[in-house]
Design a protein around this ligand. Structure first.
Ligand SMILES: [Zn+2]
Length: 246
C-alpha cells in the first residue's frame, strides 16, 4: 500500500512542478518508507532549492519518512535573515540580492561590484541614510556594527563577522550562496552602474597607444564614463577571485 499525502509548494519552487500541481494543495502517493527528500525530488524539485519542509506544520529533516495523510509544505531557499543572534527578522523575504554597505566596508563593496552584485556604498553614509535607502530600494544592509542592525526599522541585514576583505567576501558568498549569481566585470566598480560593451572605435579617444594596440574588448560606464578593458589589473583581480575559498 502506498502512502497518500497532501503537498503544497511555495514561491519559485512551483516552476519545477507540472502545471496541474502549481500553487495549490495536491494529493500524491509514494511507496512506503519514502523520505521527504526523495518525494520532493520525484516531483522535479532539486533538494538544493529547498530551504524548509514542514510536515503537519512542523519542520522536518530531509530524512523524514512520509506517513499516510501527512500535509507537506515545501519552501524555497530564502535569503539570510540572521542578524548574529541579536534579533531574528522575519519580514517578507526580498526576492533579489541588492546590498547596501556600511561606511567601513568600502573594499568589500568594491569586490562585490566587480563580481557583479548590486552594491550601494558611500564612505559618508549616515546610519539613518543607510536604513532609509535600504527600505526604499529593498536592499540588505551589510555592516560590522551590531547597533545599526538593532534598529527596529531594519528588516533585512547581516552582521559581517570577519574583518579582512577577502574573508568577508568568502563569508558573504557562503552566507548568501552567491557563487552561481556571480557576474564578474559587468558592473562599474566605482559607481555600481551596469557596464555596456563598446567597440574600440567607440572608446578610442579614451585609450592610450598601448591599450589601443593590445586590447579589443571594451566596457563603458554610462554613469561615470569610465572605460574598462581586460588588462593586467583585470588579470590580477581574476587571479584574486580564483583564490577565494567558495
Ligand atoms: Zn561608473
Amino acid at each position: 500500500m502506498p502512502v497518500f499525502v497532501d503537498i503544497r509548494v511555495y514561491e519559485e519552487l512551483n516552476d519545477f512542478l507540472k502545471k496541474d500541481n502549481q500553487k495549490k494543495i495536491f494529493n500524491a502517493a509514494f511507496p512506503v518508507n519514502t523520505s521527504v527528500k526523495d518525494a520532493v525530488e520525484s516531483l522535479g524539485i532539486p533538494h538544493t532549492e529547498v530551504d524548509m519542509i514542514l510536515v503537519n506544520s512542523i519542520p522536518v529533516p530531509f530524512s523524514y519518512r512520509l506517513k499516510n495523510m501527512d500535509y507537506i509544505s515545501v519552501y524555497p531557499v530564502f535569503e539570510s535573515f540572521d542578524i548574529s543572534g541579536v534579533t531574528k527578522v522575519r519580514a517578507a523575504p526580498l526576492r533579489s540580492y541588492k546590498f547596501i554597505f556600511d561606511v567601513h566596508l568600502g573594499k568589500l563593496s568594491r569586490y562585490m561590484r566587480l563580481l557583479g552584485f548590486d552594491s550601494l556604498y558611500e564612505n559618508n553614509f549616515s546610519d539613518p541614510e543607510i536604513i532609509e535607502k535600504a527600505q526604499k530600494e529593498q536592499r540588505i544592509i551589510l555592516t560590522c556594527d551590531i547597533e545599526l542592525l538593532k534598529n527596529s526599522r531594519v528588516t533585512h541585514g547581516y552582521f559581517v563577522r570577519n574583518r579582512k576583505p577577502k574573508q568577508q567576501l568568502e563569508e558573504l558568498f557562503s552566507r548568501f550562496e552567491l557563487k552561481s549569481l556571480c557576474r564578474p566585470f559587468t558592473r562599474c566598480s566605482i559607481c555600481n552602474t551596469i557596464l555596456i560593451q563598446k567597440t574600440k572605435k567607440d572608446v578610442v579617444s579614451y585609450l592610450n597607444l598601448k591599450t589601443k594596440k593590445y586590447y579589443s574588448e571594451f566596457y563603458y560606464c554610462p554613469s561615470c564614463l569610465k572605460v574598462y578593458w581586460k588588462g593586467s589589473h583585470f588579470q590580477n583581480l581574476e587571479r584574486f577571485f580564483r583564490t577565494l575559498d567558495v
